[in-house]
Design a protein around this ligand. Structure first.
Ligand SMILES: Cc1ncc(COP(=O)(O)O)c(C=O)c1O
Length: 440
């Protein structure tokens, strides 16, 4: 790795401020310039190594620069494999990706399409559901996030991402299945799934009685890894279907072997979804999204053209196909579950010692720690969350953050993370929390 001739961080920050839109934000008080990556680690411009427990933003599934991905891509470049064709010409790569993906799909989801991003995957899902049902209304959840395009932003449950003149057509929000801050003041052990019932009352009160779809993340990523109870999904899919809608499972963060022994959490939890969308870890960081749907929905698109210039390009589709192969061959979903359990146990142990931890939740290797000023009031500890990230960064560990109240630490390390690395994550967070307490 060469760190010579790199612009300084200050130069980059100044030029970003000059050239970028003010919407481009940075992690950390002293932002990092990352220049190299391998497996579970990344290096900054000073040559310092970090254990990457967030993977870009939940994008690194197989591991940074996995040797099999490098070999496949370098082999293509060396052989002058065509870089761009569009779907108007035949190429084997997207077809092979579709075959590999459909082998792992939930039963009944037998057609695939590819896009450049998760936002576009969701746009295509909304369009397909609307075309199939003849309805326009799509339900979402407060605290949900589905992308940065106009249609997906109208389904966004976060004020932070909402702009003044943003159109908001055919979208309505149901209340969140957020057990730690239950909007119905219930407890998960004794509740009557009021959150699921709210989907029905929302349809009955805020729509004309029929809907096109409901879009739900099986674990709500940007919302701070809000983890709905398992029984939520059977009730909600039943309601959505009863009112004529398609259930869209947004697996942009949860997919690719991160959250269950299956590639898709939808299959792992037996969610009766009609459409599943993917991106992020699906391509191990490549700019690719995917949509899986039932044939009967796909057939309703017949006679129309959906064209996406870069979707299905050889290099992206090869990277996604090799990523899926690695996840299967190296049994990374099983490892994610085992390491996820170790992480959960460790974090629950930290919760007993550190009062600032209000909640620990997640599935597999998608784990959130919600920080609060005190456990009774649950006042969000947003400044402390940012500070904790900075302390961990200084100690060689990269974490993410999220949640509407910006008080949730997000952990999503590469799927091959090992026990020693999980222990390092827990020990580093522990020591950082002690430091945070000393600073208070
Ligand atoms: C659940 C979910 N859906 C969709 C998206 C949008 O994906 P992209 O940023 O690739 O457009 C995101 C991005 O964070 C996401 O977390």
């Amino acid at each position: 790795m060469t760190t010579t001739n790199l612009p300084t961080n200050q130069e980059l920050i100044a030029k970003r401020q000059q050239h970028f839109l003010p919407t481009a934000v940075l992690y950390h008080d002293q932002p990092l310039q990352l220049v190299k990556a391998q497996g579970e680690y990344v290096w900054d411009s000073e040559g310092k190594r970090y254990l990457d427990a967030i993977g870009g933003i939940v994008c690194i599934s197989a591991g940074h620069n996995h040797p099999k991905i490098k070999k496949a891509l370098m082999g293509m470049l060396e052989n002058d494999v065509i870089q761009h064709t569009s779907t108007l010409y035949l190429t084997r790569y997207p077809v092979e990706l579709a075959e590999t993906l459909l082998e792992e799909a939930p039963e009944g989801l037998d057609r695939a399409a590819f896009t450049n991003s998760g936002s576009e995957a969701n746009e295509l899902a909304f369009m397909a559901a609307r075309q199939a049902t003849g309805e326009t209304m799509v339900l979402n959840l407060r605290h949900g996030y589905h992308g940065g395009t106009s249609g997906t932003l109208s389904q966004c449950g976060h004020h932070t991402w909402r702009f003044r003149a943003q159109p908001n057509a055919s979208a309505v929000s149901a209340l969140e299945p957020y057990c730690y801050r239950c909007p119905f003041k219930q407890h998960p052990d004794s509740c009557n799934l009021e959150c699921a019932q709210n989907v029905e009352t929302t349809i009955q009160t805020a729509t004309h009685g029929k809907i096109a779809a409901m879009v739900v993340e099986p674990v709500m990523g940007v919302g701070g890894f809000i983890t709905p109870p398992e029984r939520y999904f059977s009730e909600v899919t039943r309601i959505v279907h009863e009112y004529g809608g398609k259930f869209i499972s947004d697996e942009v963060q949860t997919g690719a072997g991160r959250c269950s022994h299956e590639l898709l959490l939808t299959k792992g939890l037996g969610i009766d979804a009609d459409i599943v969308t993917m991106a992020k870890g699906f391509g191990n960081g490549a700019a690719i999204g995917g949509v899986l749907m039932r044939s009967e929905i796909a057939d309703e698109l017949s006679g129309k053209v959906y064209f996406n210039t870069f979707a299905c390009d050889p290099y992206q589709t090869v990277q996604a196909k090799v990523t899926l192969d690695i996840i299967k061959q190296e049994q990374l979903a099983d490892n994610a579950m085992a390491m996820g359990k170790r992480l959960m146990d460790g974090l629950q142990g930290l919760m007993q010692q550190h009062q600032i931890i209000g909640d620990v939740r997640g599935r597999g290797l998608l784990m959130g720690i919600e920080l609060v000023k005190d456990r009774k009031s649950k006042a969000p500890a947003a400044a402390e969350t940012a500070r904790l990230m900075d302390i961990c960064k200084d100690r060689g560990l990269l974490l993410g953050k999220g949640g509407l109240l910006v008080n949730v630490i997000r952990l999503a390390p590469p799927l091959a993370v090992n026990a020693a690395q999980i222990d390092t994550i827990i020990e580093t967070i522990d020591s950082a929390l002690h430091q945070l307490a000393k600073e208070a």
